[in-house]
Write a protein that binds this ligand. Structure first.
Ligand code: NAP
Length: 274
């Protein structure tokens, strides 16, 4: 079991759904919930990633990681997964909106399609999945929790990742709107804002070579470059009874990076300057 400050049975029998949970942080969240007793389903587009994730979790935790294919841009597939969860479990206790796409590019060079794709996955996708899961979340006996994964450029500027910044800003606002609208249903809605985590896709899509990583690291006041396990602990906390009075909030777990630097600004300026 990974190192954890939480008791092993904290989520015993709880039903958890994580979008984009086959890779990177999403898979780390799935593992953490499995290790704390939850039943977990993940859903994303690539079946090969989903089956690989399930096999990995089975060998590492001895538990079954359930999965379904789903494209958050396609409402039909989202509704299918919600129906599958309803038919299998009848309700949900936790939804983590984690699926995302992102790449570094100057706004002036960004195509309409690129802009739309990221907004569609991150902002519209979070809305679609939350709405489809709402009837399941309100059936949770002890109250349920949504955690939306955002980024630390969501409330400031997002130079060179403007599509992702606009989408994550929308998700932050949606987090607060749903927290109010769904409070009577005992659904808490919060955002978790990770620091830099060197997941495979981040290394590939965000141009994180050795020098860029050094720049990022030098701009993190506390804790250095962080990792999936630490981010999973933040998500567990937000879904735990200890956070029962927290809703419409965001937990910034980036070591204070946002206070001192906008790393994408520096990286983008260096990379794209003529
Ligand atoms: P990742 O490994 O790329 O995970 C993203 C997942 O989203 C993938 O498993 C992908 O699976 C899924 N996905 C993409 N498009 C989808 C779609 N249309 N429908 C359904 N699923 C889709 O990324 P990560 O680095 O772990 O990031 C996880 C979350 O943390 C994201 O919300 C990201 O914005 C946020 N975040 C990351 C960092 C970081 O430094 N890593 C920092 C701040 C915030 P398929 O390809 O199978 O669809």
């Amino acid at each position: 079991m990974s190192e954890s400050i939480f008791k092993e049975n904290l989520f015993e029998g709880k039903k958890v759904f994580i979008t984009g949970g086959a890779t990177g942080m999403g898979l780390g969240f799935a593992k953490a919930f499995l290790e704390h007793g939850a039943d977990v389903i993940i859903a994303s587009r690539k079946e090969e990633n989903l089956t690989k994730a399930a096999a990995e979790m089975n060998s590492q935790t001895g538990k079954t990681l359930h999965w379904k294919t789903m494209d958050v841009r396609n409402n039909e597939t989202v509704e299918e997964v919600a129906k599958h969860i309803k038919d299998t479990w009848g309700h949900l206790d936790v939804l983590v909106n984690n699926a995302a796409g992102n790449f570094v590019t100057p706004a002036a060079a960004m195509s309409e399609n690129a802009w739309r794709a990221v907004i569609d996955i991150v902002l519209d996708g979070t809305f679609r999945v939350s709405k489809a899961c709402y009837p399941l979340l309100r059936k949770s006996e002890e109250g349920s929790s949504i955690v939306n994964i955002i980024a630390n450029y969501a409330w400031g500027a997002a130079p060179f990742v403007a599509h992702s910044g606009a989408a994550k800003a929308g998700v932050l606002n949606l987090t607060r709107s749903l927290a109010l609208e769904w409070s009577n249903d005992k659904i808490r809605v919060n955002a978790m804002c990770p620091g830099v985590v060197l997941t495979d896709n981040v290394k590939k899509n965000l141009m994180l070579d050795e020098n860029v990583v050094k720049t990022f690291e030098s701009n993190i006041p506390a804790g250095g470059i962080t990792n999936t396990e630490k981010m999973a602990q933040q998500v567990l906390y937000l879904c735990s009874p200890a956070a029962s009075v927290i809703t419409g909030d965001m937990l910034i777990a980036d070591g204070g990076e946002w206070l001192v630097a906008n790393n994408f600004y520096q990286v983008g300026r260096n990379f794209f300057s003529e």
